[in-house]
Design a protein around this ligand. Structure first.
Ligand SMILES: [Zn+2]
Length: 203
């Protein structure tokens, strides 16, 4: 079942703004382009539901803030400042997200927040989709969230945090979210490499 793209967090704290400055998303976009080319970010057809979302940490000084791909941008080959969104705060327990940008953040933004919260050195979170990688990771007993836990929920946030524990980098397969895989790391390049390694191994 394709259940991507539907925003489950409380959307009332989004403020609409102009395009985000390239300083905040330029290096993230380089990775996004690579993963798009591998079809690890894209759009399910004929349903026209976007999949895959990437984020990078901006600061932890006054609480965790990060930049993330906007909702329903999976279909675009390249993104611009019009397609990224800035998360400025969140409340996992109450499923609230405080954000600003030209577009609302990805429906999986709360999961990203949960990852950043787990370990203070994590600075990048990539969420990709691949039927093949997903199946292989399940068969090979990678860290996994349970089958009955859907994306974008508090349960998912809690499960992800339990799996990360104190690890600074790693990968997680989301059994209850068809094709869904997460990588997290201390740098964008390290995070991208984790995904490329999975692709090399299983695609
Ligand atoms: Zn997903």
């Amino acid at each position: 079942m394709i259940d991507d793209g539907v925003i489950k967090y409380d959307r009332s704290n989004f403020s609409h703004s102009g395009p985000l400055n390239k300083d905040s998303w330029g290096d993230l976009e380089q990775w996004r382009e690579k993963l798009y080319q591998l079809n690890l970010i894209g759009e399910y057809l004929p349903e026209k539901v976007g999949f895959g979302n990437l984020s990078k940490l901006l600061t932890r000084e006054k609480g965790i803030q990060f930049v993330i791909t906007g909702t329903q941008t999976g279909k675009f080959k390249n993104l611009t400042g019009d397609h990224y969104s800035q998360v400025e705060g969140y409340d996992l327990e109450h499923m609230k997200l405080f954000s600003r940008g030209p577009l609302e953040p990805s429906s999986e933004a709360l999961t990203h927040a949960a990852v950043y919260e787990s370990v203070s050195t994590i600075s990048a979170v990539f969420h990709i989709h691949s039927t093949k990688i997903w199946k292989e990771m399940i068969d090979n007993n990678y860290d996994a969230t349970p089958e009955d836990v859907p994306y974008g929920t508090l349960e998912m946030a809690t499960c992800v945090q339990e799996l990360i524990a104190k690890k600074e980098s790693g990968t997680i397969v989301m059994k209850g979210h068809q094709d869904g895989v997460i990588a997290y790391a201390t740098t964008l390049d390290e995070c991208g490499k984790l995904i490329l390694d999975l692709a090399k191994k299983f695609l």
